[in-house]
Design a protein around this ligand. Sequence first.
Ligand code: SF4
Length: 356
Amino acid sequence: MTTGDRVELLGVTPERARVELRDSLREWDQPEYRVEQILSWVWGRRAVSFSDMTNLPVELRDRLEMAFCLSSATRSFEARSTDGTIKHLWRLEDGEQVESVLIPADDRVTLCLSSQAGCALGCRFCATGDLGFTRQLRTAEIVEQYRDADRVSVEAFGRAIANVVYMGMGEPFANLEPVLESLTVLNAGFEFGARRITVSTVGLVPGIRALAGRPEPFRLAVSLHSADPELRRELMPVERRYPLDELLAAVRDYQARKARRVSFEYVMIDGVNDSSELARLLVKRLKGISSYVNLIPYNPIPGKPWGPSHPERIDDFRSILESGGIPAAVRTPRGRDIAAACGQLRLERELSEALP
Ligand code: SF4
């Protein structure tokens, strides 16, 4: 919540931001209406510095700068793909770097943001897993990715971000409190609709239950990648902690409370998890859940032995799901030329920076 002694205004709930500002303004003999004036700069006009707040007295701006903080990350790298995807690396105060990706499609732009620096869960097909875990992101560090990427979206695509997905580096529910708080800041502060925010998890059951307990209609996506527990355990060590049965029970409970369709992500790895038998098992496992399956051809990562499934295999897999009553779509990976797979850009930059 703080950097040094300063309060991060993007890192606290709107309620808390109002209390903090009101207390400080009172101490400085400033009128209370300034609270909303300041917050309309923060959330409405996406101010990155108090010096932007030109309708405030200069002396007040200076005081705010000393007591509060609006930015702690800097954009350290930007890569633009030929397909329009824009990837950013953000350098945090301590030198850590995280990624976010802007993905334009049809008439809307989706932001994929990070919730941790690195990740401890070690999914075998993931570049972020290879980086290992460094630290949790603070609420403000998550929200800042949205605020700053939204500016880029308007400049580059002429439109604001329409959807946010927590699907970048890290497992959101392994950083539960800051992630839940960031949802509040985006929704209640920046007035970004809860239905347009999706939290994607590899299956941390307590997080799914916490999201189900929220009153707002945030969306849930679950990375499944295999309906066979044994294979899933091989691909995703998290399966040992939260086995498939327990995970799907939590998804069913989420659905009972929220009455919303749940997306399942399924990375299609050639010869590993793409057989017809596994498609039929998936149909069986998802029975009774209102679901949508995204089939994502694996985005090859240097040093990994795997490749994407053949298009005919993916088609076959999809038609088995659909004839089993489960809607499914094939998602073309975006930004292949700029290493847009989660964690890949940072991994590649670190490797190239390490070279003489
Ligand atoms: S897929 Fe997600 S949870 Fe698994 S290692 Fe990568 S970032 Fe972590």
